[in-house]
Design a protein around this ligand. Structure first.
Ligand code: ADP
Length: 319
């Protein structure tokens, strides 16, 4: 392994830069030349590739987003696109590739692996929906961003004695809603992994009112329905004042937390080690604070794990 490439793809996540830095520095530490592939798989197809120096990743560990920029690339979903990508990698004499991103990006890395090119996936997405790792890079930062928003909304909710519905990101996986709901003391959490019952939610709201509760916070993951749709459902069933807050893209940006920076540094460095050990076709992750790796060819076949215990606990603690 003399030259390795690194790219970020799909939705950006805080901590991607810390992962890029780890890949580049770890490679240089071991005498390997690192190459940046800009704009994800689209840059790969177009040969938007440049050699990186040690200093090129200076001052980025604390920055959100990705200095390599990201892109969605439909062409890379086709065999022709993927072959063009392999051609570019060969043109630059790159021997291995680190792909930092979410499940779509993993599918791209899987396709390259199937074409015989050594790739390692590094899980980076705020959604925390990648199997084979308890945490993805960016999740902890997004969780804390959402929490600070919940805390702010709680102030106004309690001053005006209102019920607030807060819509957060999470299409297939409700981890942002689930963890922020527990940590933010939400009365109700609505996520794709669990059914909800409007009558039961209204019952909980009424009981809260009866014992003098001044406000309620309901967290809805966007994958279930929009906050506005949920408010309409609730309005039909109970006569209370409801406000809706959609947090939107503020959840994606921001300075990565210490946890995400450490995770990104460990996972990025391990990805380089695997390539050095001639172990392409892997996806790195963390499991009980141990860095692990799994087969990238079948990792996405495993289901995303639902933390039912946390869901149950949040209900118990918000009576
Ligand atoms: P994320 O990685 O955040 O889940 P996307 O789902 O948009 O984001 O995927 C990012 C990119 O990965 C896509 O634009 C495409 O270039 C590539 N990709 C996604 N699915 C596949 C696939 N089945 N085969 C090859 N490449 C894919």
């Amino acid at each position: 392994m003399k030259k390795i490439g690194v790219l970020t793809s799909g939705g950006d996540a805080p901590g991607m830069n810390a992962a890029i830095r780890a890949v580049v520095r770890k490679a240089i530490f071991h005498g390997i030349e690192p190459y940046a592939i800009y704009q994800g798989f689209s840059g790969l197809i177009n040969g938007n590739i440049k050699k990186l120096a040690l200093g090129s990743v200076g001052d980025i560990i604390q920055r959100g987003g990705t200095i390599l920029r990201s892109a969605r690339c439909e062409e890379f979903k086709t065999k022709e696109g993927q072959l063009k990508g392999v051609e570019q990698l060969k043109k630059f004499d790159i021997d291995g590739l680190v792909v930092i991103g979410g499940d779509g990006s993993y599918r791209g890395a899987k396709a390259l692996t199937e074409l015989g090119f050594p790739c390692v996936g590094v899980p980076a997405t705020i959604d925390n929906d990648i199997p084979g790792t308890s945490h993805t890079i960016g999740f902890d930062t997004a969780l804390n961003t959402v929490l600070s928003a919940i805390d702010n909304i709680r102030d106004t909710a309690s001053s005006h004695e209102r019920t607030f519905i807060i819509e957060v990101m999470g299409r297939g996986a409700g981890d942002i809603a689930l963890f922020s709901g527990l940590a933010g003391g939400a009365e109700t959490i609505v996520i794709p992994e669990a059914d909800f019952d409007i009558a039961d939610i209204c019952d909980r709201l009424r009981k809260g009112q009866e014992r003098g509760k001044k406000h309620s916070i309901i967290i809805v993951a966007e994958g279930v329905m929009s906050g506005t749709e949920f408010a309409a459902k609730l309005k039909n069933a109970i006569n209370i004042e409801i406000r809706v807050s959609v947090l939107g893209h503020i959840q994606r940006g921001g300075t990565p937390t210490g946890f995400d920076r450490v995770l990104a540094s460990r996972l990025g460095a391990r990805a380089v080690e695997l390539l050095m050990e001639d172990k392409g076709g892997r996806a790195v992750g963390i499991d009980q604070d141990v860095i692990v790796d799994n087969d990238i060819l079948n990792i996405l076949d495993q289901p995303h794990s639902f933390h039912e215990d946390i869901y149950t606990l949040s209900k118990e603690l918000s009576i």
